[in-house]
Design a protein around this ligand. Sequence first.
Ligand code: ACO
Length: 188
Amino acid sequence: MRSNSEEAEFLYEPSILKKLDFGKARTKFEPKISAAQPGAGLLVRPLSSDDYDKGFIQLLSQLTKGGDVSRQDFLDRFASMKRCANTYYVTVIEDTHLGRVIGSATLVVEQKFIRNCALRGKLEDVVVNDSYRGKQLGKLIISTISLLAEELGCYKISLDCKDQLVPFYTSLGYLREEGNANSMTIRF
Ligand SMILES: CC(=O)SCCNC(=O)CCNC(=O)[C@H](O)C(C)(C)COP(=O)(O)OP(=O)(O)OC[C@H]1O[C@@H](n2cnc3c(N)ncnc32)[C@H](O)[C@@H]1OP(=O)(O)O
């Protein structure tokens, strides 16, 4: 499970992304793209331990407060996520010409006892670099995560988002279920 760079490693096995059937995606791509064929100069892959140097943390700062994450902080968190096997699927889009991470989203797979020890997916931390927006890459990374959740056997996937993004996620198959669409929070 090595990435391109000699010592770098992927967070999870990349081959699973090639298996995803974009014929089952809940949106249309025009022109057609998929995780296996995202377009010239782009690569959809798991987060790699060398992505600190490819601008991953700067990308996340376009989503929310990134904070002052050092290379060691990044590597420690990467290793900690990797130890939680089959749980964290941080997935990125790389501009391979520039060697920069320009999109990211995370699937968290929660293990449950209910529903015969089911798995539930959560979509987290979706972001596309602002100079790459409007080119279907948001749709691509979210569809990748949704199909990955299905491939891994999750019985559902859900997300929290701001009101203004509801139409966007609705166009990707996410629904506000009647009587069950509240997200509640305590902030610390
Ligand atoms: C669960 C979470 O993580 S919620 C947090 C989501 N992330 C953010 O808000 C971070 C900042 N925003 C971004 O990174 C991007 O704007 C994203 C990820 C929301 C969308 O990325 P893009 O690459 O621009 O999306 P993409 O090109 O696939 O857009 C697809 C469609 O959604 C629409 N869309 C994109 N952003 C928005 C938005 N904020 N509100 C409503 N519609 C939107 C586009 O107009 C487009 O519509 P079209 O197909 O009819 O032309």
